[in-house]
Ligand binder design. Structure first.
Ligand code: XIL
Length: 468
């Protein structure tokens, strides 16, 4: 079993909760050990550093900066390096949709979605859930159901999926794209709308709140970015939900722009009027077809609009390099096919208050790379214990770290996980470097663990963390 922070295995084939109770209990038990050894742990090494990644700059503005991620690219080193360096939030591009998670009734398959979830969590990123109830990427069996079966299938899908990730997803798109384009302001025809009527949206939100009270519940749509008939219809629904106490916390604005559907001039005003209803707003699927300075200007305007709205809590771009965009011919993203930063990237970073070109993204010799190491005793028994060292990157991303752990004889380390040890000739000092977990976004953490026998005191001495 991989030892990843905050991760417990799900029941085979089931949709059981990723239990956090065990983690809380363990943290309670280790608090004393953590406090007593703090003096031995490294003091944070801080380096003044102008934010030079999207995630760090957005964090400076109190926002997240996310990307849509596809599981099938997670084996590509440059893709992962760019993701880990730049982003603080992840949305599964397709892997959390109904057809992916419940392809046949009652049979859930979370493995692709979990790959993305685990990657994000192991690097300290947040996860946006996308999406529970949507007419598209909906398996055929759902459309074939009669009304009462459809109602229970919808509620069961929401409950099972949200329970699987309970407490771990910062926002869920509960209902996606339920309104028609154009001037009608009407609901879009879908199995849910056609068989359950207008009330399906409210029912989905109530079910979602019961399934995971910690997740922010969003309504998400496109062509609602400016003030128009469609966004007016969504606005009226959200206002009604808020007045009747239907649980809704946020509205997502997909923000897929191109020359036929440019960034609206009233984008900020539209975000603001929704925020004024008492919900957060999020830019959930941003991409802007185009190139060069024109594209850069549009991106900068979108970011500035979000920053001007206090309740605009974060921005997600719908992919990383242009070549993997769902609309790749329009080159709508921030990185070109070789992961070079485009002018649009610099515009976004500047709008976020960061410094384009203000430092390399970590790597050996980067003067801005820094990390801290904190020791705690995880479990203890007569004659031995499991130690844990948490490594946290400073204000710049890092690509590697190393820490010395000194044991007092006769204590000996039996085994190390999530880290690669080498030993000094005396056998008392081990230098631990990453096994798979060397790349950390700014402020993100990982940990390694080790088992010791030959006594329980004193605890090991952990040196300052060295970052690269
Ligand atoms: C898109 C994905 O990017 C594609 O890979 C997939 O083939 C179709 O769906 N609105 C949404 C997203 O809410 O889920 C869509 O994602 C893009 C439009």
């Amino acid at each position: 079993m991989r030892m990843i922070r905050r991760r417990t295995r799900t029941r085979a084939g089931g949709a059981g909760p990723r239990t956090r109770g065990r983690l809380r209990a363990a943290l309670g038990a280790t608090t004393t050990a953590l406090l007593t050894v703090t003096a031995l742990a490294a003091l944070p090494q801080t380096t003044a550093h102008a934010a030079d990644t999207l995630g760090a700059a957005a964090a400076g503005q109190g926002r997240y900066f996310g990307a849509a991620v596809a599981a099938n690219h997670l084996g590509e080193a440059q893709y992962v390096a760019t993701l880990d360096r730049e982003f603080t939030s992840v949305t599964a591009e397709n892997e959390m949709k109904w057809d992916a998670l419940e392809p046949s009734r009652g049979s859930f398959s979370f493995s692709r979605a979990d790959q993305i979830f685990d990657h994000a969590k192991s690097r300290g990123m947040d996860v946006r859930g996308h999406t529970l109830v949507w007419h598209s990427q909906l398996p055929g069996w759902v459309s074939g159901l009669g009304a009462s079966d459809l109602r229970s299938a919808m509620n069961n899908h929401i409950t099972q999926v949200m329970t699987h990730y309970k407490g771990e997803i910062h926002s869920w798109d509960v209902v996606n794209e339920a309104f028609q384009d154009g001037n009608s302001g009407a609901r879009r025809s879908s199995p849910f709308q056609d068989k359950l009527g207008n009330g399906f949206i409210e029912e989905a939100f109530r079910t979602a709140r019961a399934a995971d009270p910690d997740a922010k519940l969003c309504y998400n749509d496109y062509n609602t970015d400016g003030v128009n008939a469609k966004s007016n219809a969504v606005y009226t629904m959200v206002r009604d939900f808020k007045s009747r106490g239907v649980p809704i916390d946020c509205v997502g604005f997909q923000s897929h722009f191109n020359p036929n559907s440019p960034v609206p001039s009233d984008y900020r005003a539209n975000l603001q009027r929704f925020a004024d209803l008492g919900v957060d707003v999020q830019i959930t699927e941003l991409d802007i077809e185009g190139s060069g300075q024109a594209q850069a200007t549009d991106y900068g305007n979108v970011v500035r609009a979000c920053l001007a709205v206090t309740r605009c809590t974060g921005i997600t771009v719908w992919g990383i390099p242009d070549k993997y965009s769902w609309r790749s011919s329009g080159t709508p993203l921030l990185f070109d096919d070789n992961y070079n930063k485009k002018p649009a990237y610099d515009a976004v970073l500047s709008a976020l208050g960061g410094t384009p070109g203000g430092g390399d993204p970590g790597g050996p010799g980067d003067p801005d790379a820094a990390c801290t190491a904190t020791y705690s005793t995880a479990e203890q028994w007569s004659g031995g214990y499991n130690g844990k060292v948490t490594i946290t990157a400073g204000s710049a991303p890092i690509t590697g770290w190393s820490v010395n752990v000194t044991m007092t004889p006769p204590q000996k380390v039996l085994t190390v996980w999530n880290g690669s040890p080498t030993w000094d000739s005396g056998g008392n000092v081990m230098t631990v470097r990453p096994s798979w977990n060397g790349s950390l976004a700014a402020g993100a953490s990982t940990s390694f663990g080790f088992t010791v026998n030959g006594g329980t005191a004193p605890p090991p001495q952990v040196s300052a963390c060295t970052a690269s």
